[in-house]
Design a protein around this ligand. Structure first.
Ligand code: SF4
Length: 364
C-alpha cells in the first residue's frame, strides 16, 4: 500500500521529538568538528562545500575546498573560469557534472546581474545542480531560512529516531522524512540544527558501524535504541548489481608526451580528457590495428598491469597497453600533452589512475 507522506508518522511521534533540538544543539556547540567551511558561512563557501561533500568524505574534501576557494574565491570568478581549470580543480573528486552545473548556476546568477547566490530557497532550487538538500543547506546555513536539509546522514538518524523501517530510497518515504524534519526544525537556529543532525549522523549515529548510542545526545528520544536494534534502520532495498565492462586502455608516449583524447559531451565522464581506450580486452593483432589506425606504426606494444575502477553503476576492468613511439603523430580528436600540462592543465578522471600514475616517469 502506498503511504501518504503527510500521514506516515503519527503526530505524537513527531511531538515527542520536538524537544530534542535543545540537547542536540548543545552537543553540537561543543562537539562540532572544526571544518574550513564552518569558519565563515558565506553562501558561496557553503555551496562549494555542500557540492564537494556529495559522495566524498570530509577528510578528502578539505584540501579540494581550500584549493578551489583560493583559485575561484567567489561566484563571478567561478562563472568565468575556463573549463579546463574547473575540471583540474575538481580532478579526483569525480562526478564532474557537479562542478559543471555549479558553473552553469554561477553564470545564470551573473547573467541576471547578481554576484551572490539568491537568498531564497525556491530561487536556489531553480539553479542547475541544486536539489532540495543543497538548497535547504545553503538557505538554512548561509541565510538562516528555516527549511530542512535531509541528506543520507539525516535520513539515517531520523529513521532510527522514529524506528521507521520503510525504504528510504523511495521518493515518498524521503519526502515524508523531509516533512517530519521540517516540523522539528527550531525556527531561530535552522542552520545549526541542520548541521547538528548531519554531524550526529557522521560521527555518532554511524552508517557502517554500530551507532555510538552511549554518547548520543538524543538517546532518550530514540525509538530504535529503545527497541534494542538501531542497526536494523534504515531499510534500504538491495542495489542492482553493477555492469562489468572490460576495456583496453592505451598509454601512447612519444617525445616525452602522452596521447590524450577528449570524450564526447554526453554520458559517462562527458567531455573529460582520457587515455584513449576501447571496449573489450583486445588481442595483440587488434591492438596493432588500432595503433596503425591512429598512424602509429613504429611502437611495439607491451602489456601493463590490469586496473579496475568502480563508478556508481558500472565497473571498468581494464587491460593496459604501453606503446612507445618516436614521433607525436597527429591523431584526430586527440592531443599530445607533456608532464607539466598533465599536472597543471588537463584533468584525468580517477578511472585512469592505474595508468596515469606511470606518466611522471614515462614523460621525464
Ligand atoms: Fe542513532 Fe543511537 Fe542516537 Fe538513536 S541513540 S540516534 S541509534 S546514535
Amino acid at each position: 500500500m502506498k503511504k501518504n507522506p503527510d500521514t506516515m508518522f503519527a503526530s505524537d511521534q513527531i511531538e515527542k521529538l520536538r524537544s530534542m533540538s535543545e540537547p542536540l544543539l548543545s552537543w553540537y556547540e561543543t562537539h562540532a568538528r572544526a571544518l574550513p567551511w564552518r569558519i565563515d558561512h558565506a553562501p558561496y563557501r557553503v555551496w562549494v562545500s555542500e557540492i564537494m561533500l556529495q559522495q566524498t568524505r570530509v577528510e578528502a574534501v578539505i584540501p579540494y575546498f581550500e584549493c578551489f576557494l583560493h583559485a575561484l574565491p567567489n561566484l563571478p570568478a567561478l562563472a568565468r573560469a575556463p573549463e579546463d581549470q574547473l575540471l583540474k580543480l575538481w580532478e579526483g573528486l569525480g562526478y564532474y557534472s557537479r562542478v559543471r552545473n555549479m558553473q552553469k548556476a554561477a553564470q545564470s546568477v551573473v547573467q541576471g546581474g547578481g554576484t551572490e547566490l539568491p537568498e531564497s530557497y525556491e530561487q536556489l532550487l531553480a539553479l542547475p545542480g541544486i536539489g532540495p538538500y543543497t538548497a535547504g543547506a545553503i538557505a538554512s546555513i548561509a541565510f538562516g531560512i528555516p527549511v530542512p536539509a535531509v541528506d543520507g546522514n539525516v535520513l539515517r538518524v531520523l529513521a532510527r529516531l522514529l524506528a521507521c523501517g520503510d525504504d528510504i530510497a523511495l521518493p515518498p518515504v524521503k519526502h515524508a522524512f523531509e516533512q517530519a524534519d521540517a516540523g522539528l526544525l527550531p525556527q531561530n537556529r535552522p542552520g545549526d540544527y541542520n548541521q547538528a543532525m548531519m554531524e550526529l549522523g557522521a560521527t555518532v549515529c554511524l552508517p557502517n558501524a554500530a551507532p555510538r548510542c552511549a554518547i548520543c545526545p538524543v538517546r532518550v528520544f530514540c525509538a530504535a535504541e529503545k527497541e534494542g536494534s538501531p542497526q536494523m534502520y534504515p531499510y534500504k532495498s538491495p542495489k542492482k548489481p553493477r555492469v562489468i565492462e572490460e576495456r583496453t586502455v592505451f598509454v601512447v608516449v612519444a617525445e616525452k608526451k602522452v596521447l590524450l583524447r577528449r570524450r564526447t559531451d554526453k554520458g559517462l565522464l562527458a567531455g573529460m580528457w582520457e587515455l584513449p581506450n576501447l571496449s573489450g580486452w583486445l588481442e595483440a593483432g587488434e591492438i596493432s590495428a588500432v595503433l596503425a589506425g591512429w598512424g602509429i606504426e613504429d611502437a611495439a606494444p607491451s602489456a601493463l598491469d590490469n586496473g579496475k575502477h568502480i563508478f556508481t553503476h558500472i565497473e571498468w576492468r581494464m587491460k593496459g597497453v604501453l606503446a612507445l613511439s618516436c614521433a607525436c603523430t597527429p591523431v584526430e580528436g586527440s592531443i599530445w600533452a607533456n608532464a607539466a600540462e598533465i599536472a597543471e592543465r588537463y584533468a584525468l578522471p580517477s578511472a585512469f589512475r592505474p595508468y596515469a600514475r606511470l606518466l611522471p616517469e614515462l614523460l621525464s
